[in-house]
Ligand binder design. Structure first.
Ligand code: T1G
Length: 731
């Protein structure tokens, strides 16, 4: 709920929102602001108001947990609070620090003057929740920044630094906090410095944002002394030139088509921003509210809000309390300078942690270090990294051919190829070399972490850290808890995940962990669909249209078909002979077609072109396989393709939950959204199951099981939820 604390500073009333952890604009804060403004308006002893936030930020926006909950009529809605502020005859100044997001920025947009600390990040990220700014942001922002900038800001949902916000026109003044220059000035001048600078210089432990609020109080007094108040809603100069130009909005829609594919909210934002030049202000506000209500009620927004909280929930491990001691990771080691090893090392260098890569042969090492440098140079050439920063990062990556150079590392991640004997040998050596409290981690994607841990005398310090390729890009990190992995090791690696820019999810030990195990269930059925009558491009189109970046066969060609082929050959001796197995993938590999790397796989590829082209040779191979297996090919609907691919994946997720190998269904959603491109606007596979109805998934799985046999046996949990009318969200 939260509240608003008020304090008088001379003739200025300072209202400080107080609703930890992010000063969400819950109804306590909204009614507190309304009461504060009314108090100021009714008191002749008050000339102006300053609004600020207590703690580490101004406000993270509306309290998302309140969405869809009943509102009492006495409870002012945010648009009305902002309207009251904007119409106030007494100046209202916003003093902003930390973060100002969503409604937490719309509030200052309604104020008459905005002051932000230089370290502040500001933006309207509502689109990431499947909604649009619903408290005037789509009408006021264009009046301050112009339409083009407002479109970019609101449709991207990005938070921008204060100086950029000032340059764009929606912040009027930036209070600086440059430490070094101030230190020099301080020592020379003996001046009094604002609290925050003293804090930045380590002189005081905590500041209460004195300087931003102090600056705002001074500005409020200045405005109260007679300056004309700038009411955002009445500003016309920045939008006048964009009236009657629908082409601006059409062009913008075209420019986002690729990255907004499948999403509804970006277009709702554009629709409302267009109203800012088409309609009078108040009508634009009313239309914005209608669009907002439409979006909030949408399945997409529910899915995106689920994904927002799921990502934060995944960081909480029930039996690893928040105060579990964690090890500080100041240095890291990586074994193997191949594609994965190099990418993993870059994550540490990017996070400011020196890392040593160890390879067996000097030339393999140099090749690996060369690829890292090339990757950084590529990013610099795209203007996404400065040369200085590249040099700093490359400077943090050291190479070696001697494992002993990892003796001092706080964590060592082994990233050699998937061979148990080799991994056990390496962990045995690390056990002798590494310092007692080092974390020993394996990037294995399929092998038994307990067996690897047993090769050391300290299994409690062994954990799996399964990165996804390319490891310096993909955000997911499956942290694999072994039977003996300590809580300290888990807490350390979960914390480290965030530090190196990853979304860490804790999973248990099983074949393929969470992600790959569910992937097998999906791609296996995709393979069977080919034998029964479908073709790769038909299956891929269905999955692409569903929202994945690509379908299973194009994905296989991208990853390289030889990787899976090698694993299937290694495992042939343990494969259950009574269960159906598709020979199609093996036959393609036997032709030397390994995908994009050989310009031929399920598809063929022109030189230098990654566009998959259906290949009659593969169609013939598939038809032949059907004949060899005695399967009569049939028409297969897109709906069946989607169900045959997604429902077994969900079913496998249910089994994983039953076995306790994932802590929550929402963790599985995070794995699939960040590791496998599951469309975020569908909330992940388990949330998706709840939207189509678990009973429907169960009934379909039961039918498919009757038709196609054992791989499709419904999980007991799926049955239980279906019969109890519940969903994964109820677990
Ligand atoms: N409502 C409720 N809870 C929130 C919240 C919010 N807006 N933002 C964060 N939390 C919780 C979060 O779940 C976590 O909880 C804790 O706060 C710390 O968050 C009318 C309707 C602000 C940049 O989209 O992007 O305004 O896990 O770990 O890394 O137009 O939180 O500790 O129990 O993320 O420092 C628009 C959402 C809302 C911003 C801080 N606002 N928040 O990041 O902390 S819609 C947003 C963030 C709106 C109006 C509309 C980030 C942050 P727990 P955290 P952080």
């Amino acid at each position: 709920m939260g509240a608003v604390n008020s304090e008088r500073r001379g003739r200025v009333l300072v209202l400080a929102m107080d609703n930890p952890p992010v000063n969400g604009l819950g109804h306590g804060v909204r009614s507190g602001l309304m009461a504060g403004i009314e108090e100021a308006l009714g008191d002749d002893g008050i000339d102006a108001v300053v609004i600020t936030g207590s703690g580490r930020m101004f406000s993270g926006g509306a309290d998302i947990t309140e969405f869809g909950t009943p509102k009492s009529s006495a409870d002012p809605i945010l648009p009305d609070v902002i309207k009251k502020i904007e119409a106030s005859p007494k100046p209202v100044v916003a003093a902003i620090h930390g973060v100002s997001a969503g409604g937490g920025l719309e509030l200052p947009l309604g104020c008459h003057y905005r002051i932000a600390h230089s370290q502040t990040r500001l933006g309207l990220p509502e689109v990431n929740l499947g909604i649009l700014p619903g408290a005037g942001g789509t009408q006021r922002m264009p009046r301050l920044t112009g339409v083009e900038a407002a479109l970019k800001l609101i449709v991207s949902g990005d938070l921008v630094p204060a100086k950029k916000a000032h340059a764009l026109g929606f912040v009027d003044e930036v209070v600086d906090g440059d430490v070094v220059e101030t230190a020099l000035k301080l020592i020379v001048s003996g001046d009094l410095v604002p609290a925050k600078k003293a804090h930045a210089l380590g002189f005081v432990d905590e500041v209460v944002d004195g300087d931003v609020v102090e600056t705002a109080v001074a500005a409020a007094e200045r405005l109260a002394a007679g300056a004309e108040l700038r009411r955002t809603g009445s500003l016309e100069d920045r939008i006048a030139q964009d009236r009657g130009k629908p082409e601006i909005f059409e062009a913008f829609k075209k420019s986002i088509a690729r990255r907004a594919r499948g999403y509804e909210a970006p277009y709702a934002c554009i629709e409302s921003i267009e109203n800012s030049v088409k309609l009078p202000f108040d009508e634009g506000l009313a239309a914005e509210r209608d669009i907002f209500r439409r979006c909030v009620a949408s399945t997409q927004s529910q899915a995106l809000r689920h994904a927002f909280f799921a990502e934060r929930e995944a960081t909480k491990i029930p039996d690893v309390p928040k105060d579990t001691p964690v090890k500080t990771i100041e240095t890291a080691g990586v074994i193997g300078a191949g594609t994965m090893g190099g990418g993993i090392a870059m994550n540490f260098a990017n996070a400011g942690i020196p890392v040593t890569i160890v390879e067996t042969e000097q030339d393999n090492l140099e090749r690996g270090l060369g690829i890292i440098e090339k990757n950084y140079a590529n990013t610099v050439s795209k203007g996404r990294l400065s040369q200085d920063e590249m040099d700093a990062r490359v400077g943090r990556v050291n190479g070696s051919t001697d494992l002993a150079d990892l003796a001092g590392a706080d964590i060592v991640i082994e990233a050699v190829f998937e061979n148990m004997a080799l991994k056990k040998e390496i962990f045995g050596k690390l056990d002798e070399i590494c310092k007692a409290d080092a974390i020993l981690a394996s990037n294995t994607s399929t092998l038994d972490v307990n067996e690897i841990a047993a090769a050391t005398s300290r299994p409690e310090s062994v954990i799996g850290t399964h990165f996804f390729s390319p490891a310096n890009v993909m955000k997911l990190l499956e942290n694999v808890r072994g039977e003996k992995t300590s809580k300290e090791a888990i807490a350390t690696v979960m914390g480290l995940s965030k530090k190196i820019g990853k979304v860490g999810v804790l999973v248990g030990v099983c074949d393929g962990f969470v992600g790959n195990r569910m992937l097998y269930a999906y791609t296996r059925q995709a393979g069977f669909l080919l034998e029964e009558g479908a073709l790769p491009h038909q299956v891929d189109k269905v999955i692409f249209d569903f929202g994945f970046p690509m379908g299973p066969f194009a994905m296989g060609d991208l990853a390289g078909l030889d990787v899976g082929w090698k694993i299937r050959q290694e495992r042939e001796h343990v494969r259950p002979k009574d269960l159906r197995y598709s020979p199609v993938a093996d036959r393609i590999c036997e032709m030397g077609r390994f995908g994009q790397k050989t310009s031929a796989g399920y598809y063929s590829y022109k030189e230098g072109d990654r566009t998959p082209v259906p290949d009659p040779k593969i169609e013939a191979l598939i038809v032949q396989a059907s004949q060899d297996l005695g399967i009569e090919r049939r028409e297969i609907s897109d709906e069946e393709i989607l169900q045959r691919c997604m429902y077994p994946l969900i079913n496998e997720g249910a089994k994983i939950l039953e076995e306790g190998l994932a802590l929550r269904a929402s963790d599985i959603d995070v794995v699939w959204i960040y590791g496998y491109g599951f469309p975020r606007y569908r909330g992940g596979p388990m949330f998706y199951a709840d939207t189509v109805g678990v009973k429907h998934v169960y009934d379909t799985m039961s039918r498919l099981h009757d038709e196609h046999g054992d791989w499709l046996e419904p999980a007991p949990l799926l049955k239980q939820l279906a019969e109890s009318g519940k969903g994964f969200g109820d677990l």
